[in-house]
Design a binder for this molecule. Structure first.
Ligand SMILES: [Zn+2]
Ligand SMILES: [Zn+2]
Length: 283
């Protein structure tokens, strides 16, 4: 039985694993983003700017912004062609080296994820619901550590923040991934999609190395909701491997309804195709 991390040495530290700055399409420079999170009581932050040619393939260097009570992890949001539905991949890699090489033109998303993991990174499948990442896509990323089960940005922009469906589907097929919640903050909207979804990672000391090892081992719990917004309800998940606890991953009909629900916006005129996709996902 998997043990939740509550009795491990140390304490929980709060951080955000998916954030953008002016090094890609965010509104604030890296220093301002780090300061904003620090002021909100966070213990660590990963800036994950889009690793694209148009932005100069940035691995935003935040090492100079570390202090005894706040640290940073180096990372990026990686992109490569193409998911099952023809979208470019969105893969969060936290713990990348600064000299991580840009992808070759023919490097696929799963291959890029493997290269990131081989360099030591924690690999997460970003906002799956937002771009309809399919279960086949998710299964193809052998190097994935976790699924981004809640993304505050896509929740605000498209009402597509939740991706538990994908965890359930993968677990039903025997693939166990961890879960993390993240802001995907760009500081472009009002209110910003910041300080809404975060992880709390259990470590003995606040160092990038310890955080990374704990993340890869699944020693985090997730919080998300509109906790900082007076008048709104909040939600919280406290499980790192919550799927067994949720006890409904063998309910084929529930899964079928959920899959159909996320396919529907894209297959309104093709109900038969949607139905056959549901069957193939559950096969
Ligand atoms: Zn993205
Ligand atoms: Zn992003």
């Amino acid at each position: 039985m998997y043990q939740l991390p509550f009795d491990r040495p140390g304490r929980f530290y709060r951080g955000n694993l998916h954030t953008h700055s002016t090094r890609s399409d965010g509104a604030l420079p890296p220093e301002a983003v780090v300061e904003a999170y620090q002021q909100q009581g966070y213990d660590f932050l990963a800036l994950t700017d889009h690793f694209l040619d148009s932005f100069g393939f940035p691995i935003t260097d935040t090492r100079a912004l570390r202090s005894p009570d706040f640290t940073t992890l180096l990372g990026a949001e990686l992109h490569a062609p193409r998911t099952e539905l023809g979208m470019p991949w969105h893969i969060i890699a936290v713990g990348l080296p600064l000299d991580f090489a840009p992808p070759a033109a023919d490097e696929t998303g799963p291959a890029l994820a493997s290269r990131a993991a081989a360099s030591g990174a924690f690999v997460g499948l970003a906002h799956p619901a937002w771009y309809t990442l399919s279960p086949n896509d998710a299964r193809s990323v052998a190097a994935a550590d976790a699924i981004e089960v809640y993304n505050a940005g896509t929740a605000q922009w498209n009402d597509r923040g939740d991706a538990w469906y994908l965890c359930d589907l993968l677990l039903a097929g025997g693939r166990r991934l961890n879960a993390y919640a993240a802001d995907d903050a760009h500081f472009l909207s009002t209110p910003p999609t910041a300080f809404v979804a975060w992880v709390q990672v259990r470590v003995a000391s606040l160092t990038p190395e310890a955080l990374l090892a704990a993340l890869k081992a699944g020693r985090q719990r997730n919080h998300y909701g509109l906790l900082a917004r007076p008048g709104h309800h909040s939600r919280r998940s406290t499980c790192t491997r919550p799927l067994e606890a949720r006890g409904r991953c063998d309910q084929r009909d529930v899964l079928a309804r959920r899959i159909h629900g996320f396919l529907l916006p894209h297959y309104r005129d093709r109900p038969a195709q949607a139905a056959s996709l549901v069957e193939s996902y559950l096969a």
